[in-house]
Design a protein around this ligand. Structure first.
Ligand code: ATP
Ligand code: MG
Length: 737
């Protein structure tokens, strides 16, 4: 029997460029090749498809090596007027058929995906026309009866319906947040006011989330204009009150698509003029511009794009004429398949709602968490708390951080303190974790005590890693009683959870422990039950990936194998995800263990590939992958066996992974979770309940579990949750390296 022709896939990037497109491209190419398909890159978007010739070129495995860390798109992108015409699409079809391409991965925005959909619908008629014109043979036409499409959304704006994040949005958010941090420090020195304009077109995502993550004091977004005509007065009052309360600077974030409730655009110049005239403040405008799109993609944009790129190819290879075109996106950390045109139409509906000034609809279409974040932001940026509501029970809450420090702990404390005070409660901050709770190191915090904490790494309150027992429990009970504590928020990692569990299980012995208690997951290890991600893990992952970029650069100069050890305790999350995001060849983790046999196989492969001219091998190892086959041991083994073929170096990344300013993602999650924890404590204390709980995000929703369930949910001998969603991503590392 004759062998079937290989399937042929084309891939293009179109519309605005976005960091992460290269990672998607790499995944598309390598997944296709590893599945025995051929793959062509179509350069310069649809223009290359129309022009054909050298603009459509086959790519091999190595052509997409070392591109993941590069911003933009290495195959170029463009807007193409010709593709909007049938004649242009006819030409494009001919160029594809000449190479046997009948499956396309289109990476772009709503316009690019609309074009792809139209192209697919017209395919049969385009093919028929080409046959009629004698441009292609009947035989060729018969071989390609349909065109299969998979869309990936590339857009820094995060403006696409159905996917939580578009390719590039997380990176852009990081750029903006860093810029706001930097502007904040210079602004504070001179007591200046800054108006910062950010991108996003008619989507307020970047403006809202960067304001929440950075420390903006006023934000203007397209979907929810100020609900008064004289918003200028309102804005000035709020900013003036902030100054009066002791803020040294003010930042106003303006989305480029911001408008007032009558639909008139609000420009950053106008905001600047108003502030100067009415407040008499030294005000500057910074338009961040294209800085937001450029540069190396974030860790998330790398692994997410890798995952969607690889999935798109799997989809295309199994496509039939009946398969509807799909968008491959991410929802709640999982792949989602969505009907392409339906999403495009819903995406465009938001834009229309804004033009129609139907702002409620626009906010509804953006979704529940967008609305919730906007509400939270409005509380956090207040200069002072709301006056207490009469009749509301005022509580005395305590907050502490414990376990190893994690970026985002301060952000969580800031949100908790302000949310609690805003509801009329008082907050005692505990220094030095549970040890401080034993020795009574409590300090009452006010609104401004946490000023500037949103962007600070580490833990300002300090940690102890103390799991109390015996007399220590008695001391804690005394502190709680002496201070009249009616609710306790514990922010931290494994040790903090253990300590909280201890208090919870000793409620029978110590009446003072009969108060509501809740744990908020904050550890870079991401090893806590009840949450898919803990606060700090995203920051650590980004730190690791940045360092790996540098290590890779240094290593390719010589033929070298690098063994990099990352943290995580017994949890392989940081190892696996940094491996995915950096294109590592092999990831070793405790969940799988390491055997001598494994090392032999890996060594054999390495020798083989270095002999073929490879220059760099990157291996990532979780710190506790195997207690005896240490990083040292592995390096010694490889070095000795590799002989003159390659040399081996190790890098143990160490505590830099726990440091650094929190990433916007960690700041936003910390804020969301802390807000809900305060709500939980208020509600439970109101009921005089003594429930103990831990909070987390699962399947996109905030979930609160009883501490009762903790033992059941953890693998206690390995100090990690029984279920770890990211383990499903393991095959990808092997497939792509
Ligand atoms: P972004 O908006 O993020 O920049 P986009 O994909 O929406 O990305 P567009 O400029 O709208 O950007 O579209 C990119 C290209 O897709 C267009 O230049 C054109 O070639 C093609 N295209 C867009 N809309 C259509 C359409 N309705 N029919 C055919 N082709 C289209
Ligand atoms: Mg568009």
């Amino acid at each position: 029997m004759a062998q079937a022709d290989p399937k042929v896939i084309g891939v293009l990037t179109s519309g605005g460029d976005a960091p992460g497109m290269n990672a998607a491209l790499r995944a598309v190419v390598r997944t296709a090749l590893s599945r025995g398909a051929e793959v062509f890159a179509i350069y310069e978007g649809y223009q290359g498809m129309v022009d054909g010739g050298a603009q459509i070129r086959a790519l091999d495995w190595n052509a997409v090596g070392g591109i993941m860390q590069r911003g933009g798109t290495m195959i170029g992108t463009a807007r193409c007027a010709a593709f909007r015409t049938r004649q242009g699409r006819l030409q494009a079809a001919k160029n594809l058929l000449e190479r046997g391409i009948d499956r396309l991965v289109v990476i772009g925005g709503d316009g690019s995906l609309t074009g792809a959909n139209l192209f697919r619908q017209e395919w049969t008629s385009l093919v028929a026309e080409l046959v009629a014109q004698g441009e292609i043979s009947h035989e060729t036409a018969a071989k390609h009866p349909f065109l299969a499409i998979a869309g990936l959304v590339g857009s820094i704006d995060n403006d696409f319906f159905g996917t939580d994040m578009t390719i590039g949005a997380d990176t852009a958010l990081q750029r903006i947040t860093t810029a706001l941090d930097q502007i904040g420090s210079t602004a504070a020195s001179h007591q200046r006011t800054f108006v910062v304009e950010v991108m996003g077109r008619n989507c307020g995502y970047l403006a809202l989330m960067s304001s929440l993550a950075g420390t903006a004091h006023w934000v203007l977004i397209p979907e929810s204009p100020p609900d008064t005509d004289d918003w200028e007065t309102l804005m000035c009052e709020v900013l003036a009150a902030g100054r009066a309360a002791g803020r040294r600077h003010s930042i106003v974030v303006v989305a480029e698509g911001a408008r007032d409730r009558n639909g008139n655009p609000i420009s950053s110049e106008h905001v600047c003029k108003v502030l100067e005239e009415r407040l008499g403040e030294d005000t500057r405008v910074t338009i961040l511009g294209h800085i937001q799109r450029g540069g190396a993609p974030s860790a998330f944009d790398r692994w997410m794009s890798t995952l969607v790129g690889s999935t798109a190819v799997e989809e295309l290879l199994s496509a039939t004429p009946e398969t509807e075109p799909q968008v491959i996106g991410m929802r709640y950390n999982r792949i989602t398949h969505l009907p392409l045109m339906d999403c495009v139409l819903k995406t465009q509906a938001v834009a229309k709602a804004i033009t129609d000034r139907d702002y409620d609809l626009a906010m509804d279409l953006r979704g529940g968490s967008f609305k919730e974040q906007f509400r939270t932001l409005r509380t956090l940026i207040r200069a002072l708390p709301h006056p207490p509501q009469p009749g509301l029970r005022r509580l005395r809450l305590a907050v502490l951080t414990d376990g190893a420090p994690a970026p985002g702990m301060n952000t969580a404390i800031r949100a908790a303190v302000r949310m609690a005070i805003d509801q009329g409660h008082s907050v005692m901050a505990v220094h030095n974790g549970f040890e401080g709770l034993m020795s009574g190191e409590l300090e009452e915090f006010g609104w401004m005590s946490v000023h500037g904490w949103g962007s600070m790494g580490g833990s300002q309150l300090g940690v102890s890693r103390k799991v109390p027992s015996g007399k220590e429990l008695y001391a804690i009970a005394r502190t709680l009683e002496a201070n009249g504590i009616q609710g306790l928020l514990v922010i931290g990692g494994w040790a903090a959870y253990e300590a909280a569990y201890k208090l919870y299980s000793e409620r029978g012995t110590f009446p003072a422990f009969n108060i509501p208690l809740i744990c908020l997951p904050a550890t870079i290890d991401n090893n806590l039950p009840g949450t898919e991600l803990s606060i700090g893990a995203d920051t650590a992952l980004n730190t690791i990936v940045e360092v790996l970029d540098k290590i890779k650069q240094s290593a390719v100069a010589n033929r070298r194998c690098f063994v990099v050890e990352v943290m995580g305790n017994n949890c392989g999350y940081l190892a696996l995800m940094s491996g995915l995001a950096s294109g590592a060849e092999r990831v070793y983790m405790n969940e799988e263990g390491v055997t001598l046999k494994d090392l032999e196989v890996d060594l054999g492969q390495m020798i083989n590939s270095f002999q073929k001219g490879k220059r760099l091998s990157l291996l990532i190892r979780n710190e506790f992958a195997n207690p005896l086959y240490s990083t040292n041991f592995m390096c010694a083994l490889f070095e000795e066996e590799g002989q003159k073929l390659f040399d081996v170096r190790q890098a143990i990344l160490g505590h830099m992974q726990q440091g650094g300013n929190p990433s916007p993602f960690d700041r936003i999650q910390a804020t969301r979770l802390a807000t809900r924890c305060v709500e939980f404590l208020s509600v439970e204390a109101e009921k005089n309940s003594s429930s103990g709980a831990f909070i987390g995000i699962q399947g996109g929703h905030i979930k609160i579990h009883s501490l009762e369930d903790m033992p059941r949910m953890v693998d206690i001998s390995h100090l990690r949750p029984k279920e770890q969603w990211w383990l499903d991503l393991r095959p990808l590392v092997k497939q792509l390296s």
